[in-house]
Design a protein around this ligand. Structure first.
Ligand code: BGC
Length: 752
């Protein structure tokens, strides 16, 4: 898409000349929207605000009758085009559908789960991954993705922590912007761009007890400082749509929350796109005790600021609500305007159909898989590497043991788009491909029993185990046996032990009341550890698990999360040193369940943690996580020194400039994620002990040093007082340039 040259043009032309060819200016679009709106009956307006699931004979008929504005879950260009034809060729006003789908971490080329890829701290690569996802989704007829998922979470019991951006609002807003840029590209109207959708607005991740869909009661200050910033980041990046959340916030369900949907999103942030409800959430207002019936629920959702109803069919009550005077038509018109505007901006009126040829050329290509492999490499976190046992030499005999070693479906993680288990490379397959099957012994050891409750959470169907061959692979099709695992370990030089959770144990409706390794996995671990062979633990999970045992008894721990379609290749690239690990934790890693919630940006208390008894903390555990936010090892070592605050005093509209020297003091090239944190010493509320304000991935050769510079706008240091007035507080601030949230070199500066 070419952008017109805009130098030396009269200023009056600038608006139109910044638009890509084919794009329409906002005023053109508004005129077209108004013209269309004038022709619409109340029933057709309600139709535009209605989304149904799947292409069925009934939904096709409803589309032809003008009763549907969107379908979700229609995959494949031919299917999409058939549905679209019903709207564009057979409905009275010929308004195209917008076809949506959950493309949370890839469409068919499945990327690592978001909690993992957030930890890459690699914004250009995240953007590139979502470009790939957009290209694949549009090739399959999907023009709207229900992503990025932007829920901050501080409680790993909550199953959807896997889908989100971890615990930090600054990192979350950077990820939000990168993903929106990737999905929407230069223009949503481009044939390989999608409209993206920020969800779940808002504070869904603060569910009490980590139980999915559960109530949330938090202060306005916490809402604004922690939970809202990623969503604001998405708005600033030009996102097209939002999805409201299921849960109640301080008693008001997300789908009917005027304060969040209208006061903040529309009035403060000037968001111009449309809001869709989450699946079934309008009808759930009845169960919340917030609406008497579906008509009441529909009116409450619309008046609060929801524009489109996902699958409830509650908006079929719109005509009667308007005619009976219970719902002003102007509210409906405004919602229809927003939906139509996005459809115009997405180019759907000009190009409603998908090109079926692209399905053959654009999906699961070697280039796409390469992006998935790179993002997976960068998303894993090396938590421990005693005696530099990693990277492994390629000529050793490796026993690959554990229930996840050859579980292809779990590699993809939950909400795996249109991912297929058969596409995934298991860790076993990756290791065999890297060092040859003559060097590999395999035993599953134990099975992980699945929880019935987690079935259907978007996990692709299981594939048969990979047929890697005979010899050391003799256990491939045998039932899991701890004895086989011990025998394999005894014959090997080193054990790669693949433990964790099944993908279906994380994601929506998959909260857990425990952080343990389900089933008999620890029995297997103990038996393998008793062989005294060096053990590399590879953990695949959607949440931090209790790995205290492993820090004592294994040599190395690689947190691989669910790495996606290239899992096995990427894990193997890291284990054998073809790349140095560079992923970092996007959440603080608790020692055990009882520490939850634990997060790095907690407020200062009057009695900060200390070994002395009369301080905040526990009698039986230190007051720290097992691993802090931002933590992750590489195959080298980095020193931090020479911190210099170049602007010791800044004005509230000024910019902090700080630099520190980073040196690779190890013997391998590696990439360090250099982070900058601040702390406001005295504020109108007690401030977090640290807040992330910047980061940079820096690759250095052995012995190489680099001065890494950061600029932080004073404006980004502001906070809310208890009356929710925002201000940049004058006074002294601490600043750290650091490898994680618990260390680093420190200085101070003043805001005056
Ligand atoms: C989930 C959303 C998802 C929607 C549509 C809901 O159950 O909460 O994240 O986008 O389903 O699939």
């Amino acid at each position: 898409m070419r952008v017109l040259h805009r130098v030396f043009l009269p200023s009056i032309l600038i608006l139109t000349t910044t638009l890509a060819f084919g794009q329409q200016s906002p005023s053109d679009i508004d005129n077209k929207v108004d013209a269309l709106l004038k022709q619409m009956t109340l029933e057709e307006k309600a139709g535009q605000l209605t989304q149904l699931a799947n292409k069925t004979p009934e939904s096709l008929q409803a589309i032809r009758e003008g009763k549907v504005g969107s379908l979700l879950g229609v995959l494949g260009a031919e299917n999409a085009n058939e549905a679209q034809r019903a709207a564009v060729e057979h409905s009275r006003l010929k308004i195209p559908l917008i076809l949506g789908f959950d493309v949370i971490h890839g469409y068919r080329t499945v990327f690592p789960v978001p909690i993992a890829s957030t930890g890459s701290f690699d914004m250009p690569l995240l953007e590139q991954a979502e470009r790939v996802a957009a290209k694949e989704a549009t090739a399959s007829g999907v023009k709207w993705v229900f992503a990025p998922m932007l829920d901050i979470a501080r409680d790993p019991r909550w199953g959807r922590i896997v889908e989100g951006i971890g615990e930090d609002p600054y990192l979350g807003s950077m990820v939000a912007a990168a993903k929106v840029r990737g999905f929407q590209g230069k223009s949503m109207a481009d044939s390989d761009s999608v409209v993206s959708c920020a969800k779940h607005y808002v504070a869904y991740g603060a569910a009490e007890g980590g139980r999915d869909y559960n109530t949330v009661d938090i202060s306005e200050q916490l809402l604004r400082e922690i939970y809202l910033p990623p969503f604001k980041g998405a708005v600033d990046a030009g996102i097209g749509t939002f999805m409201s959340s299921f849960q109640d916030l301080n008693g008001v369900p997300g789908v009917a929350n005027h304060h969040t949907l209208t006061d903040i999103l529309r009035d403060e942030w000037k968001f111009n796109g449309f809001v869709v409800s989450d699946w079934g959430a309008i009808h759930e207002l009845l169960a919340h005790g917030f609406a008497a019936d579906d008509a009441d629920a529909a009116a409450k959702a619309l008046k609060a600021g929801v524009d489109m109803d996902m699958v409830d069919n509650a908006f079929e009550h719109i005509p009667e609500l308007v005619r009976s005077g219970k719902l002003p038509e102007i509210v409906v018109d405004e919602a229809v305007r927003r939906v139509l505007r996005v459809k115009f901006e997405a180019g759907l009126f000009d190009h409603p159909y998908a090109d079926p040829n692209r399905e053959k050329t654009d999906i699961l290509t070697p280039e796409n898989l390469q992006v998935a492999r790179k993002l997976a490499q960068e998303s894993m976190v090396l938590l421990q590497n005693k005696g530099d046992v990693l990277p492994l030499a390629k000529n050793k005999t490796v026993a690959v043991i554990g229930p996840l070693a050859d579980d292809k479906a779990s590699q993809l993680g939950p909400w795996a788009g249109n991912g297929q288990a058969t596409d995934a490379v298991s860790p076993l397959e990756g290791i065999v491909a890297k060092i040859g099957k003559e060097h590999v012994l395999y035993a599953k050891g134990v099975d992980i029993p699945s929880y019935e409750k987690t079935l259907g959470a978007g996990v692709a169907a299981p594939a048969p185990p990979s047929a890697t061959g005979v010899g050391g692979m003799a256990n491939l099709n045998k039932p899991a046996s701890v004895d086989d695992a011990v025998a394999a370990a005894k014959k090997a030089d080193v054990v790669v032990l693949c433990l964790g959770e099944l993908a279906g144990m994380t994601g929506e409706a998959s909260s857990r009341a425990s952080l343990d390794f389900p089933g008999d996995q620890l029995k297997l671990a103990n038996a393998v550890l008793a062989t005294k062979k060096p053990v590399i633990l590879v953990v695949e999970s959607g949440r931090p698990l209790d790995i205290r045992w492993a820090t004592f008894h294994t040599q190395a721990i690689l947190q691989a999360w669910f790495p996606g379609v290239q899992a096995g290749n990427a894990i193997t690239d890291v284990l054998f040193g073809d790349v140095s690990p560079s992923g970092r934790l996007a959440i603080s890693w608790p020692r055990t369940l009882g520490e939850i919630p634990i997060y790095y940006n907690h407020r200062a208390t009057g009695r900060p943690g200390s070994p002395d008894r009369w301080h905040t903390g526990y009698l039986d555990l230190p007051n720290t996580p097992l691993f802090p936010f931002g933590y992750g090892l590489t195959y080298s070592k980095f020193s931090y020194s020479h911190l210099a605050v170049k602007t010791p005093t800044i004005a509230p509209d000024g910019t902090l400039q700080v630099t520190a020297e980073i040196e690779n003091t190890g013997s391998r090239e590696a990439t360090e994620v250099v982070q900058v944190y601040v702390h406001d010493r005295v504020g109108p509320t007690s401030r977090p002990v640290r807040e992330l304000k910047g980061f940079e991935r820096v690759t250095l050769r052995p012995g190489e040093r680099k001065a890494v510079d950061f600029s932080v706008k004073a404006n980004d240091l502001g906070s809310y007082d208890p009356q929710v007035h925002w201000a940049v507080n004058p006074g002294t601030y601490d600043v750290w340039v650091a490898p994680d949230s618990a260390s680093g070199v420190q200085g101070t500066f003043e805001v005056k």
